[in-house]
Design a protein around this ligand. Structure first.
Ligand SMILES: Nc1ncnc2c1ncn2[C@@H]1O[C@H](COP(=O)(O)OP(=O)(O)O)[C@@H](O)[C@H]1O
Ligand SMILES: [Mg+2]
Length: 252
């Protein structure tokens, strides 16, 4: 049985999609068979693998809306050991189409459960916000990973997300564990960033993972080339950090 992890934070631009791509490649480097699921209508993860979410056939939308469709018909091989469920722009409408349906948050979970394709880890990328798409990710997952930007204001967004995780645990998905929080876009020279990390560790204690992801201007270049940092600059510190994060996550 695959282990399913969802990367969530209702704030945009904190490194969710970057983390899903790099963690996915890092887990594949460790020998795992990985499935990535893009639930963001913006399709950042999908684009990073060179696919165009404005012009795509079957996608995460099909999995959420059509109960009979199988995962096998939706996934695309993007690396030898990595498959992707791409996002399409019509995911933006899925929200409205699903609202009010009793099982609206269980669609992805059901689709994954129906599949017999063997994966070691499923990694789900979610859009900003805490709507029905993010809920589908949280309900499908065994654990949630929360990237937090190392800036003071970013910390404030964590509480509502943790409250949502508690609510989901109390109802829709009692099996959801807190996989942990990790700092992203950390500027090692900045006193402010150091203070934020100290405070995160104080407030969240053991919920904070050890790995910090450093900020570097080259990180946005990698997806433009269709690559993860591990492939674009394998010796870069950010590549090493994502490998460390993958080990922490895999053996947690
Ligand atoms: N460690 C990093 N250093 C520098 N830029 C980063 C880093 N991680 C992500 N970025 C950039 O920040 C932007 C937002 O990241 P992204 O992963 O798309 O966030 P989200 O999915 O949470 O919206 C992107 O342009 C991405 O390339
Ligand atoms: Mg994103």
């Amino acid at each position: 049985m695959a282990r399913t992890l969802v990367v969530a934070n209702q704030k945009g631009g904190v490194g969710k999609s970057t983390s899903v791509m790099n963690l996915g490649v890092a887990l594949a480097e460790m020998g795992q068979r990985v499935l990535l699921v893009d639930l963001d209508p913006q399709g950042g993860l999908t684009a990073a693998f060179g696919l165009d979410s404005y012009n795509i056939g079957r996608s995460a939308y099909s999995l959420l809306l059509y109960e009979h469709i199988s995962l096998a018909r939706v996934i695309r091989p993007v690396r030898p050991q990595i498959a992707l469920v791409p996002a399409s722009i019509d995911l933006a409408a899925a929200e409205l189409q699903l609202v009010g349906q009793p099982d609206q948050a269980h669609r992805l979970r059901r689709a994954l459960e129906r599949s017999r394709i063997p994966f070691d880890t499923v990694l789900i990328d979610t859009p900003p916000g805490l709507g029905v798409l993010t809920a589908n990710g949280l309900v499908a997952a065994d654990a949630v990973l929360i990237p937090v930007q190392c800036q003071f204001l970013a910390m404030r967004g964590v509480r509502p997300l943790l409250d949502t995780v508690s609510r989901i645990r109390g109802g829709l998905n009692p099996g959801l564990a807190l996989g942990g929080l990790f700092g992203t876009m950390y500027r090692p020279g900045s006193t402010h960033a150091q203070e934020v990390v100290e405070e995160l560790r104080q407030v969240f204690g053991r919920m904070m993972l050890r790995t910090l992801i450093y900020f570097d201007d080259v990180v946005p270049e990698a997806p433009v080339a269709g690559l993860s940092m591990l492939e674009y600059l394998p010796d870069h510190i950010v590549a090493a950090e994502y490998r460390a994060l993958a080990r922490e996550v895999a053996y947690a």
